[in-house]
Design a protein around this ligand. Sequence first.
Ligand code: FAD
Length: 465
Amino acid sequence: MTSIALKHFIGLRHTTPETNSVTLPKTLSATVETRRARGINAAKTSPKITGRNLRVAVIGSGPAGGSAAETLAKGGIETFLIERKMDNCKPCGGAIPLCMVGEFDLPLDIIDRRVTKMKMISPSNVAVNIGQTLKPHEYIGMVRREILDAYLRDRAATAGATVINGLFLKMDLPSSPTAPYVLHYTDYNTKTGGAGEKKTMEVDAVIGADGANSRVAKSINAGDYEYAIAFQERIRIPDEKMKYYENLAEMYVGDDVSPDFYGWVFPKCDHVAVGTGTVTHKTDIKKFQLATRIRAQDKITGGKIIRVEAHPIPEHPRPRRLLDRAALVGDAAGYVTKCSGEGIYFAAKSGRMCAEAIVEGSENGKRMVEEKDLRKYLEVWDKTYWPTYKVLDILQKVFYRSNPAREAFVEMCADEYVQKMTFDSYLYKKVAPGNPIEDLKLAVNTIGSLVRANALRREMDKLTV
Ligand SMILES: Cc1cc2nc3c(=O)[nH]c(=O)nc-3n(C[C@H](O)[C@H](O)[C@H](O)COP(=O)(O)OP(=O)(O)OC[C@H]3O[C@@H](n4cnc5c(N)ncnc54)[C@H](O)[C@@H]3O)c2cc1C
């Protein structure tokens, strides 16, 4: 059982092939037509809308909201994108997989750095170099969120979404299957000064892309999730030191930097982002941050802290992600992977998938949507990504539980096969075809590493008794 689990999480491979997931349609209407021609869709029962198109509000314009709004607007939906802070600097490491650049057609000039080397550093400061298996064109993108988010929001506006600088406060739920949602928000677009003006808006459906502290989630009584607190400092370091991080990122593991996560140094345009996170010891986060800085000190001394930031990271999906014609996406839904803390790609992807379900269900905005239309997004999402989340959950439980286990984890990272499988899965979010002999060798090596880790822990326990 363990070896089966290991086999999957080492390469982070999905048991569900990507081909079973939503294949992003070139034009959504074309997909609807093809499905109709094949007789796949049952006749729609929801009423046709006359005199206007379906109105959808997207709350929050991070990667989830920006990509949802763009897809909706392109699909013929009257789209409103409400963002409280247009220059929001989301606290974030900003690492994105290569496939996001292609799938979301991101221009290369919004990517600060292309990381091709990683150092995984163990509790005893053994550093393993990762990245030798990358092909010449492969890299991990490093972005600043204020740049990425603004880019996606502008693109949604160009596609036809109405962008509102406003704070969503709450919404009144519809009283019948065709009644509108009434959104209450503070509009900052007005000329009334900083306080803004209280307004209401009627829409047919709502996408909650308003992050970890989602008010849309509260409005639909979506329930809570466990969360990690992540802390990050942006540090401007001297140019000669920055050269070291030019295309290199570091990950530190150990009880000192976090009891259940990792510390990182990620390179940005003119600074490095140094951070860490924890679920279990939130009040000690500053202590862990200091330890991360100490571990990296010879490479960042002389640096100046230019920004300090912290934010919750969801640990698992909310108990409810959909109610009637309102759905949650991205962090609002709880789509961050354990172990790696990755959420940007999953936010953008879930925003797009949810919007596609609405476009398709409403036949490009001509019909009212129903809960079952939006539910298709959840079905596809869960089928496609549930194994990834599960695997990373197991990985975290096995390898982040003690320093000896972390030493074993870093040791395992030196294996070229592990590196290839892990990078392929991270960069492409696709099934990485395995090699049975290498899989077997890996399972044996992994068990060996874990046995050594346990033996080491027992020895250490004896010493501390
Ligand atoms: C310190 C840290 C480091 C991280 N590093 C990485 C990393 O390297 N790679 C990675 O993939 N993921 C990382 N993550 C996770 C990643 O940041 C999130 O998963 C991602 O931002 C989720 O995107 P989102 O669009 O769902 O939500 P968010 O990015 O949180 O966007 C929500 C948006 O909604 C707006 N909003 C909120 N409430 C309202 C309201 N009431 N009215 C109007 N607007 C509202 C906010 O201003 C914001 O713009 C990190 C997280 C943290 C905290």
